[in-house]
Design a protein around this ligand. Structure first.
Ligand SMILES: [Zn+2]
Length: 588
C-alpha cells in the first residue's frame, strides 16, 4: 500500500534539525553513571519543552550495577586491563585461583543460550568437571547464559575473551530488570570480566600452561532514582488505546549509535506527532528508558510493572527503537518482528526504504519487557549493515550500532551516526507508528502467527517421532485457524464492526504472545536467555535422545506443556468467537 496523502502530511514534517542536535549533544555526554543518566533525561525534557511538547518525568528507584574497574593479573606479574560486565560480583581485593580454558563457539557471541552444546566447541562434554573452583576463560562475550551456566557448575570467576582489539561493556545477569525476592537467587554470585583479544590470548596460553591468576572487579551496586521521560500524545477517536514507542537513553560511555540516534528518533517522532495530533485516531506514548545497560532493562521493566494494568487494557502494540541511523547500516534483513505484525512492517519498509525486509524472531533481549503482559511487538535493533559490507570489513557480530563494532565501546562516537540513514529510519518508525495508531482496524494478522505455530509444531513433532503425540496441540491450533479465517472474512466484508474486531485483535496478543515467547506467568518477567518458539512444547524435540527415568520426566513436562498450549488456543478461540457474536447477522 503506497503512502497516502494523510501519511505524507506527517512524513513531510520529518527533519534532521532537532534530532541531530540531540545526537551531537549526547555525543559529548557519557550516560552510564546514575547522575549522568539523569542529566541525559534533563536534556530530553528541555528539548521537548522547547518544542512545546508536554512531557511527564517519572523518577522511580531502580536497581543498578555500575562497573568501576577490573583487571586480570598473572603469576608472572603481567596485568591486563579489563571491564566487568554489569551485575558481576564485586571483588575489589580480587580472587586468586587456577585458570581453566573452555573453547567457545564464536557464532554464539550474540546468542543468550544456556545450552552447553551450543556454547562450547567440544559440545561441553566434560566442561562441567573442568571448571569447579577455577577462574574460567571463555571466548566471546560475558553473556548471561554462559555465565549462569558456569556459576551453576561451580566456577570461581569468568574471564571473557572478546573477539577484537577493544573491550566491550555488557551485562552478565539473567535477571530481567530490578530483581524481586524470587529473582534474587539468580543474581550472579561470581566475578566476571572481559578482556580484549590480544590480552585474552596471553591469558589462554597461561590457562593451557596450568597457571594461576587474580581477577579483580569493582562495582557500584544498589537502588538509584532514575528519570523516565514519557510523552503522551492523545488520539481523537480511541484516546484510551495507545501505541507505545520506546528506547533507552542511558548508554555505555556516550553511546551515539547505541542509542543517541534512537533517542533522537523518538524526539522527532514526538515533535511531528504532537504537531499533527489532531489527525491521530489512537494515542501514542513515547518513553525514554534509563537502566538498560546497568540494570538489564530496569527502566522499561519498571514501566511494564508500574503501568501493567493500563498496558494490559489499552496498549495495542509496543515498538522498540534501538540503534537506528548508524553508519553503513542500510539493510533491513534482520528486522525483529512478531509474526502478526509482519505484513504491516513489510509494507512500511517497502514504502519508505524500497526494500523487502527479512524478519527475525524477537530474542529475549532489548527492552522487550512486555512479552509476559502479551503485547504485539516489532523492531528492536533497526537498520543494519548488509552482510557483504560486514564481511568486507571483517567485522564480528555485535548486538547494536547497526553492526559497527564500536558497539558498547569508547568508539561509539559521532562518526557512528549517519544523517541520511537516520533520516530514512526516522520515517520508517514514523510510518509504522502512524499506521498502527490510525488504521481503522489494527494492522495485525494472527493467521500469520497460527501458520508459524503450525510450522513450529511440525518441527517438534518430526524431532519427537514416536516419542510424543502432539495431535491435541495440532487440533486446537487448527480450530483457532478456522475461527480466525471467519474473523478476517467478517472484517473484510465489514460485517463485523471495527471496535469489536480491534478488541479481539488486541486481546489475542495477551494469549498468543506469552505462549510463544515466555515461560513465566503474565505480569512477571522471563530470565534473559533464549526462549525457543512455543516454549511449553519445546521439550518434545529432545525426547528422542532421552532414556530411562529422564524420558519419563520429560514426558511429564510435555504433558503439562501441551495442556498449557491447548488451553491458550481455546482461550484465543473464545476471544474470536466473542467478537464474531457481535455481528449484526451473527449465526451459530
Ligand atoms: Zn541499545
Amino acid at each position: 500500500m503506497p503512502v497516502d496523502a494523510a501519511e505524507k502530511a506527517f512524513l513531510d514534517l520529518v527533519s534532521l534539525e532537532t534530532p541531530w542536535a540531540l545526537v551531537e549533544e549526547f555525543s559529548r555526554l557519557p550516560r552510564w553513571r546514575p547522575e549522568d543518566v539523569n542529566a541525559g533525561a534533563d536534556r530530553i525534557r528541555a528539548m521537548l519543552e522547547g518544542l512545546g511538547v508536554p512531557v511527564v518525568v517519572h523518577e522511580p528507584e531502580i536497581y543498578l550495577s555500575v562497573p568501576l574497574h577490573a583487571e586480570v593479573r598473572l603469576g608472572g606479574g603481567q596485568v591486563f586491563r579489563a571491564k566487568p560486565p554489569s551485575m558481576s560480583l564485586s571483588v575489589p581485593r580480587g580472587i586468586e585461583g587456577e585458570l581453566a580454558y573452555l573453547e567457545a563457539d564464536p557464532e554464539t557471541y550474540r546468542s543468550y543460550t544456556r545450552d552447553p552444546a551450543e556454547i562450547f566447541r567440544d559440545g561441553g562434554a566434560d566442561a562441567a568437571s573442568r571448571v569447579r573452583g577455577r577462574i574460567v576463560v571463555i571466548d566471546g562475550f560475558a553473556n548471561p547464559g554462559s555465565c549462569s551456566l558456569l556459576e551453576e557448575w561451580g566456577a570461581a570467576g569468568v574471564i571473557a575473551v572478546n573477539p577484537g582489539i577493544d573491550i566491550h561493556w555488557g551485562t552478565c545477569t539473567t535477571v530481567w530488570g530490578s530483581p524481586d525476592l524470587d529473582d534474587l537467587p539468580r543474581k550472579p554470585g561470581l566475578p566476571v570480566a572481559a578482556v580484549n583479544n590480544p590480552d585474552g590470548q596471553a591469558i589462554i596460553r597461561a590457562a593451557r600452561a596450568g597457571e594461576r591468576a587474580t581477577l579483580v572487579t569493582e562495582m557500584m551496586e544498589g537502588w538509584y532514582p532514575q528519570k523516565v521521560p514519557v510523552v503522551d500524545i492523545p488520539g481523537n477517536e480511541e484516546a484510551e488505546r495507545f501505541v507505545l514507542v520506546h528506547g533507552h537513553y542511558d548508554s555505555w560511555d556516550v553511546g551515539v549509535g547505541d542509542n543517541a540516534t534512537g533517542d533522537a528518533t523518538l524526539l522527532e517522532l514526538a515533535r511531528v506527532l504532537w504537531t499533527r495530533r489532531a489527525s491521530l485516531r489512537r494515542s501514542v506514548r513515547l518513553a525514554w528508558w534509563p537502566g538498560h545497560s546497568t540494570g538489564r532493562y530496569a527502566g522499561s521493566t519498571w514501566f511494564a510493572d508500574a503501568f501493567a494494568l493500563d498496558l494490559d487494557e489499552n496498549c495495542v502494540t509496543q515498538i522498540n527503537c534501538d540503534s537506528p541511523g548508524c553508519r553503513w547500516a542500510t539493510g533491513y534483513h534482520q528486522t525483529t518482528c512478531m509474526p502478526e505484525a509482519q505484513a504491516h512492517v513489510r509494507g512500511v519498509i517497502e514504502d519508505v526504504a524500497g526494500q523487502t525486509p527479512k524478519f527475525k524472531r524477537a530474542n529475549q533481549a532489548g527492552d522487550y519487557s512486555f512479552n509476559n503482559i502479551g503485547l504485539s511487538s516489532y523492531f528492536m535493533l533497526s537498520s543494519t549493515m548488509p552482510d557483504d559490507v560486514r564481511a568486507q570489513k571483517n567485522y564480528y557480530a555485535v548486538s547494536g550500532c547497526g553492526g559497527n563494532i564500536a558497539w558498547h565501546t569508547e568508539n561509539d562516537i559521532i562518526e557512528i551516526a549517519d544523517r541520511d540513514i537516520l533520516d530514512t529510519d526516522m520515517r520508517v518508525y514514523l510510518l509504522a507508528v502512524l499506521r498502527h495508531a490510525n488504521g481503522e482496524v489494527l494492522p495485525v494478522d494472527w493467521r500469520t502467527a497460527v501458520a508459524e505455530f503450525g510450522a513450529t509444531l511440525e518441527a517438534y513433532a518430526r524431532a519427537a517421532g514416536e516419542h510424543a503425540d502432539l495431535s491435541p496441540a495440532r487440533a486446537s491450533l487448527a480450530a483457532l485457524g478456522a475461527r480466525l479465517d471467519t474473523l478476517y472474512t467478517a472484517i473484510d466484508a465489514r460485517s463485523l464492526g471495527a471496535p469489536a474486531a480491534n478488541e479481539a485483535l488486541m486481546r489475542l496478543a495477551r494469549v498468543l504472545v506469552p505462549i510463544n515467547f515466555t515461560r513465566e506467568p503474565r505480569f512477571r518477567h522471563d530470565p534473559a536467555y533464549t526462549v525457543p518458539p512455543l516454549p511449553t512444547l519445546a521439550i518434545a524435540a529432545q525426547l528422542a535422545g532421552m532414556a530411562g527415568d529422564r524420558l519419563g520426566f520429560a514426558r511429564t513436562q510435555l504433558l503439562r506443556g501441551q495442556n498449557q498450549f491447548v488451553g491458550a488456543m481455546r482461550e484465543a478461540e473464545r476471544i474470536v468467537q466473542r467478537a464474531l457474536d457481535t455481528r449484526a447477522d451473527a449465526t451459530v
